[in-house]
Design a protein around this ligand. Structure first.
Ligand SMILES: *Cc1c(COP(=O)(O)O)cnc(C)c1O
Length: 225
């Protein structure tokens, strides 16, 4: 069994010089382990499946901030719209439109990050820079009052090549700064740059990350049966 309390505290210590939020990625892990992390003081948790997110939200303490970090199907947005704290994985305009609609139904603004495709792997979801600049400049985002764009999310290539990973993180930081300098919209509040996982969070922080999503370094390796 992993020592969850110890793992969280050593990550917080290691990253202590950076101003960042640790999102504990609890996907596939039982509620008992989430509770253990909660008891260690952790409040931000990330899941990648809607059903699991909904189930855990029902049984765990109400002051947990739930982060949706995995690919999100439009027909499932309504299940998390009432309570989700931040959706990291907004990877298409149609999804953003659905989130806006569900935000309106729930009379709330839903916090979103636009997921940007930065890795070399072609299978990863996300916008490219041009698409983001377009929806920010042509009024599309401005006309969605029930979404609040809090920043960007990206995943680097899964590789040992640290210079490639650094370069990918740095390219996302450059885009983040560029958007911040170029646009001022009422529902654009670009404060969060979500990048870095168990294998690369220190590299991500060195390149400007404000939010790291860490699973296996806290809860141990996952078994996908
Ligand atoms: C699973 C997952 C993580 C955490 O991965 P670890 O390597 O276990 O830290 C982070 N981000 C996303 C989008 C994930 O799906």
């Amino acid at each position: 069994m992993p020592n969850i309390n110890h793992n969280i505290n050593s990550i917080l210590k290691e990253t202590g010089l950076y101003k960042c939020t640790l999102v504990a990625v609890s996907k596939t892990k039982p509620v008992e382990m989430v509770q253990e992390a909660y008891d260690a003081g952790q409040r931000d948790f990330g899941e990648n499946k809607v059903q699991e997110l909904v189930t855990k939200n029902e049984v765990l303490p109400k002051d947990i901030r739930w982060h949706m970090i995995g690919h999100l199907q439009r027909n499932k947005v309504k299940q998390i719209a009432p309570f989700v704290h931040l959706i990291h994985s907004v990877d298409s305009l149609r999804l953003l439109e659905t989130i806006n609609k569900e935000g309106e139904k729930n009379d709330r603004k839903i916090n979103c990050l636009l997921q940007v495709h930065i890795a070399q792997e072609s299978t990863k979801f996300g916008f490219d820079e041009k698409e983001i600049m377009t929806i920010l400049s042509d009024g599309t985002v401005k006309n969605m009052p029930n979404v609040q764009i809090k920043g960007l999310m990206g995943m680097a290539t899964n590789t040992d090549d640290e210079s490639l990973v650094s370069q990918e993180f740095s390219s996302l930081k450059i885009l983040f700064d560029k958007i911040n300098h170029s646009f001022q919209l009422p529902n654009l509040d670009m404060t969060e740059l979500s990048m870095g996982m168990s294998g690369d969070y220190m590299l991500a922080l060195k390149n400007g990350s404000t939010m790291i999503r860490v699973g296996s370094s806290i809860f141990g390796e996952r078994n996908y049966a």
